[in-house]
Design a protein around this ligand. Structure first.
Ligand SMILES: [Fe+2]
Length: 138
């Protein structure tokens, strides 16, 4: 994902219907604005983060909420309304969050967005420790 950010798979269903992974974000780094295309639960295990939630407004994106997270906080991802966000680490230590999603999030093609224009690009985060089944085709 760039900026030293790593997504580590902990467990996934063989049929791609569920994945459990950690997201490791160094201090000062932030993910792209992205979607997940699946509902999920996210809990912050270590560090602090800011989460920015975006919504489609016609062809653009609007920042609709910003919240600060401490270790122990959790939130839900429910598409399409609460599925687009960006996560930044605000602590001096690397943040680690645990994600349970109803797809194989690291391997599905989803979208990264330019928050200024709303333009979407194909986005696949991958996993640091596990390949996707079609990696050899890329
Ligand atoms: Fe996310």
């Amino acid at each position: 994902m760039g900026s030293g950010i790593g997504q580590w798979l902990l467990c996934r269903a063989e049929d791609g219907s569920l994945s459990l992974f950690s997201l490791v974000v160094p201090p000062g780094a932030h993910t792209p604005v992205h979607d997940h295309l699946a509902w999920g639960l996210v809990g912050l295990y270590r560090g602090t983060q800011d989460e920015e939630i975006y919504a489609h407004r016609g062809s653009t994106l609007e920042l609709v909420e910003r919240r600060s997270l401490d270790a122990g906080d959790f939130y839900v991802l429910i598409p399409p309304r609460d599925d687009i966000h960006r996560v930044s680490t605000t602590s001096v230590e690397t943040s680690v969050s645990i994600h349970l999603l109803t797809n194989d999030t690291g391997c599905v093609w989803r979208h990264a967005y330019n928050p200024s224009t709303g333009q979407a690009e194909p986005f696949r985060s991958g996993y640091v420790n596990v390949a996707c089944s079609d990696d050899s085709e890329n």
